[in-house]
Design a binder for this molecule. Structure first.
Ligand code: PMP
Length: 365
C-alpha cells in the first residue's frame, strides 16, 4: 500500500518484468543484436495492428504519430474530414490546421460516437475529402467508435485515406487494420502496451504509401519514407531511438503474442464490463453512450466537491485517477484499466470512491 495505485487513462502502470527490462545496460542501436530486436519488434507490431503493412516505430508520444500521419500524407490546401467527439479527436483538426489543410469537422456531441447515418450524410453532402480521421477510443469521454462498421461506409462514399487514432485502444480492443480497411493506424507506448511514454507506432497501408509519395507537407524527423528505407536497408531506426523503450516494447510484444490478442481483448472486456456493473450498483452513471473497455468515465457532476474528487482520492487513498478535460472539467472522473490493472485494484478504487462520495455528500461545497 506504499505505492500509489495508478488508474489514469494513460500512462498505465508498468509491470515488474518491464521495469527489469528497462533497467538493462545501455545497448548500441547500430549493433547487430539491437537491429535484430528492432526488426523483430517491427514484425510483432504487425500482429498488434493485425496487418501485413509496414509498421514504423517513432520516438515520440502519440501526438507525434498524429502529426506524422498528417505531414506524410497530405499537401497544403488538401481538404480533410475529422470526426470530432472529444478532446483528442479535436487534436487531429488542430494539427491539420497548423499545416494549412482545409479541415471539415463532423462534430458529434461529447460522449457519443459517430453513426453510419451521420458519416454517410456528411460524405454525400460535401466535396470529396483526401483524408478522413477517426478516433477509436476517445480518451476524453470514454466513447468507442465502431471502426469496423464506419470504415466500409467511408470506403463506399469516398476515395479518402482513412486514418485511425488507436492510441488508447490498441492491445485493449479488437483492432484489425487490414480486414477493416484502415490506411494509417497509430498507437503509443503508454496505454494498452503498459510501457512508459515515449514511443509511438504507425502502420501504413500500400494506398497510404502512394499518398506519401505525393505529399508535399514539410517533414524531416518523422518522415515515414526515411523510416521505411532504414528498415529495408537493415539499418534499423533512422535515428537514435529510445533504446530502453524498444527493448521493453520487444518484451511486451512477445508477451502479447504468447497470450494472444483475442484473449487480451476478451479479458479487457470482462474487466470493463464488471467494473461498469459495479459503478451502476453504486447508483452512478457512465458518461459515454458506447463505452470503450480502456477506461470508464463516470459522471460526477451531481456530487458535491466533484471538482476535488481526484485530489481527495490521491491524498486520502493514494489512488490516482484522471479528471475531466475541457467541457468535462469537474463533471466526470476517468478511471483507466487498459493493462496491469486487475479486479482487486478496481475494487480498491470502488471502496475509496464510495467513502469519498459519502463524505463529500455530507459536506458543503
Ligand atoms: N489520442 C488519444 C486517443 C489519446 O488518448 C492521447 C493521449 N491521452 C493522445 C491522442 C495524445 O497522445 P500523447 O499524449 O502520447 O501525445
Amino acid at each position: 500500500m506504499n505505492e500509489y495505485l495508478l488508474l489514469t487513462a494513460g500512462p498505465t502502470p508498468i509491470s515488474q518484468k518491464v521495469k527489469k527490462t528497462l533497467n538493462q545496460s545501455m545497448a548500441f542501436h547500430r549493433s547487430t543484436e539491437f537491429i535484430k530486436t528492432f526488426l523483430n519488434l517491427t514484425e510483432n507490431l504487425k500482429y498488434l495492428f493485425q496487418t501485413k503493412n509496414d509498421v514504423l516505430i517513432l520516438t515520440t508520444s502519440g501526438t507525434g504519430a498524429m502529426e506524422a500521419a498528417i505531414s506524410n500524407m497530405f499537401s497544403p490546401d488538401d481538404s480533410i474530414l475529422v470526426v470530432e467527439n472529444g478532446k483528442f479527436s479535436e487534436r487531429w483538426s488542430l494539427i491539420a490546421e497548423s499545416y494549412k489543410l482545409h479541415v471539415n469537422r463532423l462534430k458529434i456531441p461529447w460522449g457519443k460516437s459517430v453513426t453510419i447515418e451521420q458519416i454517410t450524410q456528411k460524405l454525400q453532402s460535401s466535396p470529396s475529402f483526401k483524408g478522413v480521421f477517426l478516433t477509436h477510443c476517445e480518451t476524453s469521454t470514454g466513447a468507442l467508435t465502431n471502426i469496423e462498421t464506419i470504415v466500409p461506409v467511408i470506403r463506399k462514399h469516398s476515395p479518402a485515406l482513412i486514418i485511425v487514432d488507436a492510441i488508447s485502444s490498441a492491445a485493449v480492443h479488437s483492432l484489425k487494420m487490414d480486414e477493416w480497411g484502415i490506411d494509417v493506424a497509430i498507437t503509443a507506448s503508454q496505454k494498452g502496451l503498459g510501457l512508459p511514454p515515449g514511443l509511438s507506432m504507425a502502420a501504413v497501408s500500400s494506398k497510404a504509401w502512394t499518398f506519401a509519395d505525393k505529399a508535399e507537407l514539410p517533414r524531416f524527423y518523422l518522415d515515414f519514407n526515411r523510416a521505411r528505407h532504414s528498415l529495408a536497408s537493415g539499418t534499423g531506426a533512422a535515428y537514435t531511438p529510445a533504446i530502453p523503450l524498444i527493448l521493453a516494447a520487444d518484451f511486451v510484444l512477445r508477451e502479447i503474442k504468447r497470450e494472444g490478442l483475442e484473449n487480451i481483448w476478451k479479458k479487457s472486456q470482462e474487466t470493463a464490463e464488471n467494473f461498469r456493473q459495479k459503478i451502476a450498483n453504486l447508483g452512478l452513471s457512465i458518461f459515454p453512450e458506447n463505452p470503450a473497455d480502456s477506461l470508464t468515465v463516470i459522471k460526477t457532476d451531481h456530487l458535491s466537491r466533484c471538482d476535488q474528487l481526484p485530489h481527495l482520492l490521491k491524498e486520502q487513498f493514494k489512488i490516482i485517477v484522471s479528471g475531466g478535460q475541457a467541457l468535462l472539467a469537474n463533471k466526470v472522473i476517468r478511471v483507466g484499466h487498459m493493462v496491469n490493472v486487475d479486479e482487486s485494484d478496481l475494487d480498491r478504487f470502488l471502496e475509496a470512491f464510495q467513502a469519498t462520495i459519502m463524505t463529500s455528500k455530507h459536506r458543503p461545497n
